[in-house]
Design a protein around this ligand. Structure first.
Ligand code: GAL
Length: 417
């Protein structure tokens, strides 16, 4: 018998969802780029080897925005998938509505409490019960550069915002695109976030976006962040409208653009194209953010889907994601670092080694920051509103800075409604 959540019943929704037979699992996710697909294929293969059937429901685009919209429609019509890619505060939102199944059994068996840092496991629980399983830790504040282009222009990768502007000027004069940026709101907000980290520093950033302090959201540092953000536009390329992030990374891979500021899933694209870290491409912290680590943790949740208990396939999936072999395989190609603290980093490239060091350093110095543009800091309603404000500001030079700061404050505070 299908069990409906209280919300379905309240809405009078009783669609006849197809219950999974316990041996297969339908998975909704947005990992469709070259590097992402390669990484998630590892998991599909492992499930197959264990005798389970993975039914793929991939919805491409916009770092998950399209996938989450599809998920909402399916869940609200009483037909959720068995597992879905959801992360950050949104896990709480879905959990509190009664949609998610607990995976406490698996967590206990695999000793997640000992294997996963607390900063991470806090995101995975609702009312003390595990409802999500983590894959990795992505660092968002990276700058990716084409080594050959920088060489030809005769510049070093920029370490500060001032250096960024002088290097970008030279790259532009040499006929390359200095900064590849796809004109999608989440990509623009990623750039905004990385500038905010550098300009505001960790404490002020935290005050503004995590504590949601009204003054910090409209401070002089916020104004400066917006000014730098607008100034960067002239170094991005005009063909950017609507271009997705991985096509944007390709511009750097192909040597048409010199740099991209993006989380380390971008590394997955370089690797999928056969490029080597340190030789063909360089990874350096986004200018001015060497001490900080903006984190983004991918996770899957499991829906109460027909059965009264988590199905065998859902359990197997949860188990495999934290399996040490999978953690290595997946993260080697995904660009992130393993979420388990006991995985040997031998064999990971220099970017992953740097990322691990940066994570440990940032954790010890209070410089770990939940990513603003990747759903780790604010809930969905705020996120959508913020994307809109940032994108409008970036794309229209006539939009006023004071008005934008007020809109940023309203967007971030929308979380409290
Ligand atoms: C992020 C996700 C990453 C990544 C990226 C682009 O939200 O956490 O794993 O692949 O989107 O699709």
């Amino acid at each position: 018998m299908k069990r409906f959540s209280p919300l379905f019943l309240a809405l009078g929704l009783t669609f006849s969802a197809q219950a999974s037979d316990g041996n297969d699992v339908e998975v909704l996710h947005w990992w469709t780029s070259g590097g992402e697909a390669r990484s998630v294929d590892t998991l599909k293969e492992m499930m197959k080897r264990e005798g389970h059937v993975w039914r793929d429901f991939a919805v491409a685009g916009r770092a998950g925005e399209s996938a989450i919209n599809t998920l909402r429609i399916r869940a609200l019509s009483g037909n959720p998938p068995d597992a879905a890619q959801i992360k950050g505060p949104e896990i709480q939102e879905w959990g509190k509505l009664g949609f998610l199944a607990s995976v406490d059994d698996v967590a206990k068996e695999q000793r997640w409490n000992e294997l996963v840092p607390h900063r991470v496991s806090d995101y995975l629980k609702v009312d003390g019960h595990y409802v999500a399983v983590p894959f990795n830790i992505h660092r968002v504040n990276w700058l990716w550069a084409n080594a050959d282009v920088l060489n030809k222009v005769g510049v070093q990768p920029p370490q500060t915002l001032d250096e960024f502007f002088s290097v970008a000027e030279k790259i532009k004069a040499a006929g390359y695109i200095p900064l590849a940026l796809g004109n999608e709101p989440w990509q623009e907000t990623t750039l905004f976030e990385l500038i905010a980290l550098a300009v505001m520093g960790t404490d002020e950033f935290h005050k503004a976006f995590i504590e949601q302090d009204s003054d910090a959201l409209t401070s002089n540092k916020m104004r400066e962040t917006l000014e730098v953000f607008r100034r960067m536009k002239q170094y991005t390329d005009i063909d950017s409208p609507g271009r997705n992030w991985s096509d944007t990374t390709s511009l750097v891979i192909d040597g048409k653009a010199a740099m991209q500021m993006m989380g380390d899933w971008a590394k997955g694209e370089f690797l999928a194209a056969g490029k080597q870290a340190g030789k063909d491409f360089l990874c350096i912290p986004a200018p001015g953010t060497a001490n900080q680590f903006s984190f983004n943790i991918d996770s899957f949740v499991f829906f109460k889907n027909g059965a009264t208990q988590t199905t065998e396939s859902q359990k197997m999936l949860a188990k495999l994601i934290l399996d040490p072999d999978f953690q290595r395989e997946f993260n080697l190609s995904k660009g992130s670092i393993p979420v388990r603290v006991d995985i040997d980093m031998e064999g990971f490239d220099a970017c992953a080694q740097d990322s691990m060091q940066a994570f440990l350093r940032a954790a010890a110095t209070d410089n770990l920051v939940a990513s603003l543009s990747h759903n780790m800091a604010i809930g969905r309603a705020s996120q959508i509103a913020l994307f809109d404000v940032i994108s409008r500001f970036f794309n229209d030079d006539n939009v006023d800075i004071d008005e934008t700061m007020r809109h940023i404050r309203a967007a971030v505070l929308a979380d409290r409604l």
